[in-house]
Design a protein around this ligand. Structure first.
Ligand code: MN
Length: 305
């Protein structure tokens, strides 16, 4: 599969600053979803927060049809969910929550005072074969690492350069944190996958010609076996990818479905405190209410060429 046969084009994905509002003191730099590019492989949502002096303060809220992937770089996050999980997540560790048909969770900074927070939160769309199944939660504290010339990787999801993460995945996917040493590096990639690189903490020169600014992302169409990156000082990048996800996705608030009716049902189930989303202990019943549905029918996000 080559870029020309799929019609997909390499492109810059600029981030936009999104204030999360409510009780959450954080603003995030969001790169996915982008109009015209809803997914990179099955990855459908990428938010980078910080580095910032702030707090994470996210009360219980629901998810359907996706996996949440939390990757802190600085700061510790306490995750609690309706499955009874209560886990402190540290940098270098992965939290992976599979919503299946319904789960709810909360995420809070450990300190009650503002502290330095830096990290990335991503969602993976679940395929039809898994999206209506049971929820699951994995805390992976010992992810495999792999080294190449000029880089060291931690494999979060899937397999990369011969090392495989134990994280449960449901479609062909890869997610790797790469720490680049100053100079030029060749980053191997899977030719059958599409990929994107997020410049997490500094600027990256891509393919010897393209400036990828800090916090922005660059999309690579399928059909290549490596990406050449160059940095001036030690720099962290995130490589995500997978087989292009062909099922249509309807994303609204914290839900991913396939039809407008599914989203309405999920919203009603959350608002009526249905057992579908369970209960997260420790918040005195406080939870994030769903916003009102828009006055138009929700439509799937489509890919433009
Ligand atoms: Mn969430």
């Amino acid at each position: 599969m080559s870029a020309s046969s799929t019609g997909l084009q390499d492109r810059l994905i600029e981030s936009r600053l999104v204030p999360l509002g409510g009780v959450r003191g954080l603003s995030v730099h969001r790169t996915l979803p982008l109009r015209g590019l809803p997914t990179v492989g099955p990855w459908c949502f990428v938010d980078q927060f910080g580095p910032t002096f702030s707090r994470m303060d996210v009360l219980p809220h629901p998810h359907t049809g996706l996996q949440t992937v939390t990757w802190p770089l600085v700061g510790e996050i306490r995750h609690r969910d309706s499955r009874g999980s209560d886990v402190v997540l540290k940098p270098g560790e992965l939290n992976l929550m599979t919503s299946g048909d319904g789960v709810s969770h909360s995420e809070f900074s450990i300190s009650s005072k503002p502290t330095v927070m830096h990290g990335i939160q991503l969602w993976v769309a679940l395929p039809n074969s898994r999206r209506l199944g049971p929820s699951n939660f994995e805390h992976l504290a010992n992810l495999p690492t792999v080294e190449g010339e000029g880089w060291k990787g931690t494999v979060m999801m899937g397999e990369y350069a011969g090392a495989a993460s134990a994280a449960k995945t449901y479609s062909p996917i890869v997610g790797v944190e790469l720490r680049l040493r100053p100079g030029r590096s060749r980053i191997p990639v899977e030719p059958g996958f599409e990929h994107a690189i997020l410049a997490v903490d500094g600027m990256v020169l891509v393919d010897g010609a393209i400036d990828l600014p800090h916090r922005e992302m660059y999309y690579f169409a399928p059909g290549r076996s490596e990406v050449v990156v160059e940095v001036r000082s030690e720099t962290i990048i995130l490589l995500i990818g997978g087989e292009p996800f062909t099922e249509q996705l309807l994303m609204w608030w914290n839900f991913i479905g396939r039809t407008h009716e599914e989203i309405v049902e999920a919203r009603n189930d959350w608002e009526s405190e249905s057992e579908r989303f369970g209960f997260v202990d420790g918040h005195d019943g406080l939870r994030i209410p769903a916003p009102p549905m828009p006055n138009v029918r929700l439509t799937p996000r489509r890919r433009s060429r």
